[in-house]
Design a protein around this ligand. Structure first.
Ligand code: PMP
Length: 404
């Protein structure tokens, strides 16, 4: 299968409807692929019913579609079993689930290790856990260019460490985490590893078996699927060891007035009516993504990222956040131009039809590390092309004329 950005773009209905849009905010939300849109539409039109509850044919079809989506996610992640896939509302919900269910077993003095590069959704739930359980948070420091400093692993992961929660890739710098190194040290001290995969899954299939982590969280909407759905993958025994987080219908074995027994995973963690059509859409998106020509697509987005980095490198007053070497990063480029507030830059860029994000990107500890309040971020997808980058560069020059 040969790849071109134009052909890929053709699979995204919104981009066909907005031909003049230069959409470069893919780290916030990817556009919905037609495979997902078609699956959601046909599910809602033909198979809509609640799951796990009905015995009539329509309900059985809804059940089958929902469980098929679980298998599609498992295939994308190379999970050992579809039962390792829990549908949630998104990355944030997945991390909160672990913070509550795993956190329930932690006590004062137990340690949870995060990195300074985490998104707020992999910071705040652990700070809340610290309030509840008195655990100690230890923070993995960063190298000057914003990568997790692996030389500090051994001293940060003590024998009291129970969990390491780190991002697979930074939503600000695009820096990819060396998970193998972290997993090895975590294993040595007997800690579990949770990976925030929100920025990684949309860049190609993930092999959770090879990563060796215990939990992997991501969101559907960043992986060209619907909003409102996400996944918590958990290694079979790691999930089985967790108590439920939310209680309600669907997650029980038996309820009496006196007590409740719980269903095994994944149902144990899916209280209430799940996001059924959204899960079906996400399954379809990942099924489609799984067979895309990723090597060509990576080469394409890396070329575009290089074009962007080269283009901004010559602008006066540039501050660049993160590693410049494209081998260590995803095509997410964050920067500042002296004297120009990121929000103002984004507004001028919007006038050029360029959609990029400016602000702290829900990573204020990382912004503090870089000594900035915010940054302009362009995040690329395979449907982007040279025209998108050139429009961004032209817009930046205009912003410098108007604001600089
Ligand atoms: N982690 C990272 C690295 C992210 O980029 C994001 C989304 N910006 C999240 C977590 C949270 O994802 P969601 O809002 O879909 O729950």
């Amino acid at each position: 299968m040969s790849f071109t950005a134009a052909k890929w773009r053709g699979h995204f209905p919104l981009l066909a409807a907005h031909r003049d849009l230069h959409y470069l905010d893919n780290a916030a939300t990817g556009q919905l692929c037609e495979a997902a849109l078609d699956a959601v539409t046909s599910h809602e039109l033909l198979h809509r019913a609640n799951v796990l509850r009905g015995t009539y044919r329509l309900a059985e079809q809804a059940d089958a579609a929902y469980e098929n989506a679980r298998r599609q996610v498992a295939a994308y992640l190379n999970a050992a079993s579809a039962d390792e896939v829990v549908f949630t509302a998104g990355t944030t919900a997945s991390i909160n689930l672990v913070a509550h269910a795993f956190g329930e077993g932690l006590n004062a003095g137990d340690e949870v290790v995060l990195s300074l590069a985490e998104h707020h959704s992999n910071f705040v739930p652990w700070q809340m856990l610290r309030e509840r359980r008195g655990v100690l948070l230890r923070i993995l420091p960063l190298t000057a260019d914003g990568r997790i400093d692996l030389s500090r692993l051994a001293e940060t992961l003590t024998p009291r460490c129970r969990l390491v929660a780190v991002t697979h890739a930074s939503n600000v710098t695009g820096a990819v985490t060396d998970l193998a190194a972290i997993v090895a040290v975590a294993r040595a001290v007997g800690a579990r590893v949770l990976v925030d995969g929100a920025q990684a899954v949309q860049h190609g299939p993930v092999d959770v078996a090879a990563l060796g982590a215990d939990f992997y969280a991501f969101s559907g909407h960043k992986a060209y699927g619907p909003t409102g759905v996400g996944v918590l993958w958990g290694r079979g025994e790691a999930l089985a060891a967790l108590p439920p987080f939310l209680g309600g219908g669907g997650m029980i074995g038996r309820v009496t007035v006196e007590e409740t027994t719980y269903a095994p995973p994944p149902r144990r963690f899916e209280a209430g009516t799940p996001p059924i059509a959204q899960a079906v859409g996400l399954g379809a998106a990942l099924d489609w993504l799984r067979v895309q020509p990723w090597a060509d697509m990576h080469a394409h987005t890396a070329r575009l990222a290089q074009r962007l980095i080269d283009g901004i490198a010559v602008l006066p007053g540039l501050t660049f956040l993160g590693p410049r070497d494209l081998k260590q990063r995803l095509p997410i480029v964050s920067f500042n131009l002296e004297g120009i507030h990121p929000h103002d830059a984004c507004q001028v860029l919007d006038g050029h039809g360029v959609a990029v994000r400016g602000g702290h990107h829900c990573a204020q500890p990382l912004m503090d590390f870089f000594g900035v309040q915010g940054a302009v971020r362009a995040s690329l997808a395979p449907y982007n092309d040279e025209a998108d980058i050139d429009a961004l560069l032209a817009g930046l020059k205009d912003a410098m004329r108007k604001l600089g």
